[in-house]
Design a protein around this ligand. Structure first.
Ligand SMILES: NC(=O)c1ccc[n+]([C@@H]2O[C@H](COP(=O)([O-])OP(=O)(O)OC[C@H]3O[C@@H](n4cnc5c(N)ncnc54)[C@H](O)[C@@H]3O)[C@@H](O)[C@H]2O)c1
Ligand SMILES: [Zn+2]
Length: 368
């Protein structure tokens, strides 16, 4: 028997539990009955690939627990993360008589998680949502913390709410059907958790690379549960992202700029974050915040996990874009810099030339 791992997200107003267990999908009905005893009608929002691969066991489980349910599909991919999709989903909920006593299940990757929870947060002024994430990225990151939202043509995640889930059910078994590149890309968010707070997670990823890449269930359960723990602690300490939660942006300052500069076509999110973590390590070493051995260790672990798409944009372009980054406050660009593995600092006085230099080094590294 695999151990059942449960992480409590102890938000004073909305505490909830994330449960991590291989094969858990077949027990979803029973877990929902226990976590949301007053809810008996569920609307499962999902995308075609997830429905095809995994809706069967989920709906069978809800049925055997006597929970009424229906599936509502949305189109796949980041391009569907729009207000139009929100309106279509809300219309379908109305037509199927969803009311304030119903709950939404967000069943998919981070896109489904963000959109379905956004709909739930505004439908009839807010109904319950449960997250059942099916990508590695959504399991370790997007499903915890209550951020929801959609994109606008002007930028990503510009409209959204905070709406905490009532429960998060994580079955690492569903990752078996995830495309290899999607899977590897998500692993960088786990590495991020290690670097910002937990040297043991980083060591585990260094030492168990093969097991993790083979999607070994025991390795994944441990890794996912520990990353959920990190995210839960950080979110509880800072629910609305005013302070500590910023450390979760490690690798994301340069990462977001690389994604935007390449029109969101060239990198998967985690791949851009991987380059961003390399850049932050180089900047940290150049500014003598981290010693060169720490930077070297982080960079070599990142590069050992996958071959990353090339970095094409010039350093100057990235530096210019950073000045417009939405994470900037009062015109200051915040960087999360590693000090040692397990400890980072938020720094706002990174000189532009250090950024340009780091990006130029990424370009060299990636062309090698
Ligand atoms: N709310 C948050 O705190 C938060 C945090 C990080 C990221 N996000 C958001 O998450 C989104 C990215 O999420 P993502 O990387 O999961 O992408 P995604 O949701 O687009 O999923 C990637 C692809 O994998 C497919 N897929 C999902 N699960 C599968 C499975 N088990 N088997 C086979 N295919 C499967 C999907 O259909 C999709 O084609 C972004 O929009 C980002 O803004 C939100
Ligand atoms: Zn991220």
């Amino acid at each position: 028997m695999n151990p059942v791992r449960q992480i409590e997200v102890q938000l004073p107003s909305n505490p909830y539990t994330a449960t991590i267990e291989t094969g858990l999908l077949t027990r979803a009905g029973e877990l929902l009955r226990a976590a949301l005893p007053e809810r008996t009608r569920y609307f499962i929002i999902t995308v075609p690939p997830v429905k095809k691969a995994w809706a069967g066991p989920l709906t069978a489980s809800l049925k055997s627990s006597g929970l009424a349910h229906s599936i509502i599909e949305m189109p796949d991919g980041e391009r569907a993360k729009t207000l139009n999709t929100v309106r279509d989903l809300a219309t379908k909920l109305i037509r199927r008589d969803a009311d304030r006593k119903s709950a939404v299940i967000a069943f998919g990757g981070g896109v489904v998680g963000d959109v379905a929870a956004f709909v739930a947060s505004i439908y009839m002024r807010g109904i319950d949502v449960v997250q059942i994430p099916t990508t590695f990225l959504a399991q370790v990151d997007a499903s915890i913390g209550g951020k929801t939202g959609v994109d606008l043509p002007e930028g990503k995640n510009l409209l959204g709410t905070f709406h905490q889930p009532r429960a998060v059910l994580i079955d690492p078994g569903v990752l078996s059907t995830l495309a290899e590149r999607e899977y590897r890309s998500g692993l960088y968010e786990a590495m991020k958790c290690g670097i910002i707070r937990r040297p043991d997670i980083f060591d585990f990823m260094e030492q168990n690379r093969e097991r993790i890449l083979q999607r070994d269930p025991a390795a994944l359960e441990w890794l996912i549960a520990e990353c959920v723990q990190v995210k839960a602690e950080v979110v509880v300490a800072d629910e609305r992202e005013s302070g500590l939660r910023r450390i979760l942006n490690f690798g994301h300052t340069v990462g977001h700029a690389l994604e935007a500069e390449t029109g969101y076509q060239h990198f998967l999110h985690g791949e851009a974050v991987a380059w961003g973590m390399v850049a932050a390590s180089k900047i940290s070493a150049a500014m003598q915040r981290a010693d060169s051995e720490t930077a070297r260790r982080i960079i070599s672990s990142v590069l050992a996990y996958a071959s990353l798409p090339k970095v094409e944009p010039r350093g100057k372009r990235i530096a210019r874009r950073l000045a417009h980054d939405k994470k900037t406050m009062n015109g200051v660009v915040h960087f999360v810099l590693p000090i040692e593995v397990g400890r980072v600092e938020v720094v706002s006085d990174v000189p532009e030339r250090a950024v340009v230099q780091a990006i130029e080094e990424l370009r060299c590294l990636s062309q090698a």
